[in-house]
Design a binder for this molecule. Structure first.
Ligand code: DAK
Length: 261
């Protein structure tokens, strides 16, 4: 791998997009490597992922403008599909993904963070969808995911004006859940990942599926999705153990890690 660093730390993994000289901009190789990295995550052991960018300045400064500048229509479509496939793979990845946004998150950078389940950022983070200034529309899901996250009015304002916003505004509009100093960001992301990894893995995966799939359908259909995924937790070892532990009156007993089965 040239542009992606993957490190497994016990029950969680950290994916770092590492193309610092171009502020971690997404070219075809980065997208291919990210896809291959996700395919190789050991889902028997890893229960949560963190996605971040290398260096102190940028999470991802967008799709690679140099590479895009010479694309034909057909190549543009192929590049768009490559990006959308990886972003969708992240979004539907069986385990939660936390975006730890450590600087610029522009264009495709903002879009990739929105394909993650949870976004937290450092106080130097900058978000924006500058595409209309480049003569294109946001092409990696920005028009769809931003509107769903922050509402159509705010998404339209950000996209039509191509104006960047800082971390405090991103927090105010609900684009990120929390802002940390640059020094604290990764510690906070790792603490959250470890906390998620401690919970019953099948239940956490089913929650992700229920929320994501439920948001795409009407409430009657969404409730059916929830019922099915709720039912699927029963008869798992984790459900039996989790409930038995609660019902056990022996307060001295220490909770064992969940087994993912
Ligand atoms: N692409 C390629 N290189 C980039 C880049 C990018 N997006 N962003 C930065 N770089 C490179 C710079 O060219 C520079 O390279 P050298 O000159 O050193 O070789 C290096 O990173 C450092 O950047 P700067 O010198 O510009 O650093 P500054 O601190 O002065 O400025 C900045 C930082 C982030 C404000 C600035 O670099 C900037 O405005 N970058 C571009 C941000 C941007 O517009 N991003 C959105 C790109 S458009 C599609 C699907 C998706 C998309 C498109 C189509 N289809 C479905 C077909 C997505 C589009 C986008 O993401």
């Amino acid at each position: 791998m040239e542009f992606i660093v993957y490190e497994q730390k016990g029950a969680y993994g950290i994916i770092t997009i590492s193309r610092e000289k171009a502020l971690n901009a997404l070219n075809s190789s980065v997208l291919d490597e990210l896809s291959a990295t996700l395919d190789a995550v050991n889902l028997d052991e890893v229960r949560c992922l963190i996605l971040t960018g290398a260096g102190q300045k940028s999470f991802v400064a967008g799709a690679d403008i140099g590479e895009m500048s010479t694309l034909t229509k057909a190549e543009g479509e192929a590049f768009g599909k490559k990006g959308n496939d990886v972003f969708r793979k992240l979004e539907t990845f069986p385990i939660p993904v936390i975006a730890a946004i450590n600087g610029f998150a522009l264009g495709g950078g903002c879009e990739i963070s929105m394909s993650c389940d949870i976004r937290i950022c450092s106080d130097n983070a900058v978000f924006g969808q500058p595409e209309v200034g480049l003569g294109i529309t946001p092409g990696f899901g920005g028009t769809q995911r931003l509107a769903r996250l922050v509402g159509a009015g705010m998404a339209k304002q950000m996209i039509y004006t191509a104006r960047n916003i800082k971390a405090d505004e991103a927090l105010r509009i609900g684009l990120v859940n929390a802002v940390y100093t640059q020094e604290e960001l990764m510690g906070a992301a790792e603490k959250m990942a470890a906390g998620i990894a401690k919970n019953a893995p099948i239940a956490v995966r089913n929650c992700k599926k229920a929320i994501n799939e439920g948001l795409d359908v009407d409430m009657d259909a969404a409730i059916v999705i929830e019922e099915k995924l709720f039912g699927d937790c029963f008869e798992t070892e984790d459900q039996r153990y989790g409930m038995a532990f609660f019902l056990d009156k022996n307060k001295e007993k220490v909770k064992e890690p969940f087994k993912n089965c």
